[in-house]
Design a protein around this ligand. Structure first.
Ligand SMILES: O=P(O)(O)OC[C@H]1O[C@H](OP(=O)(O)OP(=O)(O)O)[C@H](O)[C@@H]1O
Ligand SMILES: Nc1ncnc2[nH]cnc12
Length: 178
């Protein structure tokens, strides 16, 4: 019987997209039927018993997980997209990345004030992307139940940043000190 964990399915590629970055690649996790199911089931399990009304996920890798989680919970899904991709009226939020900076957007009518939201992405590094998502959700009046990630890179400070905002942060595995 296989004892592979979610972490075991993740591939590391050095010097992508820039020299010095160790890219933690979830495509190898998602391509494996057991790996994909395992990570969706484990994320769901972490939030069992919580009242969640919408699943919001971050462009682009977060959509794969967020869509599967929303489907499994029978909930609606809301995308937070990189600038210029959403067709309707949007709110925008600047953010910094481990390698660059960008703008995220959400449709103005994507959430009802007070709606209880689970925020999902594949990976937490500096937390800049997730914090932009948090700000957009909160600007629409959303109430964030928690933030779920497959991978945490704690050395980059994202978990501390989100927890400093009073948010519950859950990740299935971490890579640190290497
Ligand atoms: O915690 P941070 O330092 O903000 O980094 C984490 C973000 O970086 C990656 O997305 P990326 O911007 O590479 O976009 P992609 O999902 O479209 O590949 C990852 O999927 C997270 O969204
Ligand atoms: N090291 C990393 N690997 C994969 N995605 C990332 N997003 C930000 N940092 C990353």
């Amino acid at each position: 019987m296989s004892t592979k964990t979610v972490r075991d399915y993740i591939r590391t590629i050095s010097d992508f997209p820039e020299p010095g970055i160790k890219f933690r690649d979830v495509t190898t996790l998602l391509a494996d039927p057991r790996g994909f199911r395992m990570c969706v089931d484990q994320l769901l399990h972490l939030f069992t018993g919580q009242k969640i009304e919408k699943v919001v996920a971050l462009d682009a890798r977060g959509f794969i997980l967020g869509g599967a989680i929303a489907h499994q919970l029978g909930l609606g899904f809301v995308p937070i997209r990189k600038k210029g991709k959403l067709p309707g009226p949007t709110l925008s939020q600047d953010y910094d990345l481990e390698y660059g900076s960008a703008v995220m957007e959400i449709h103005e009518d994507a959430l009802v004030a007070g709606e209880r939201v689970l925020l999902v992405d594949d990976l937490l590094a500096t937390g800049g992307t997730a914090e932009a998502g948090v700000k957009l959700i909160e600007r629409l009046g959303g109430d964030i139940v928690g933030c779920g990630f497959v991978i945490d890179l704690p050395d980059l400070g994202g978990r501390a940043r989100l927890e400093g905002l009073g948010l519950r942060v859950e990740a299935l595995c971490s890579f640190e000190g290497d």
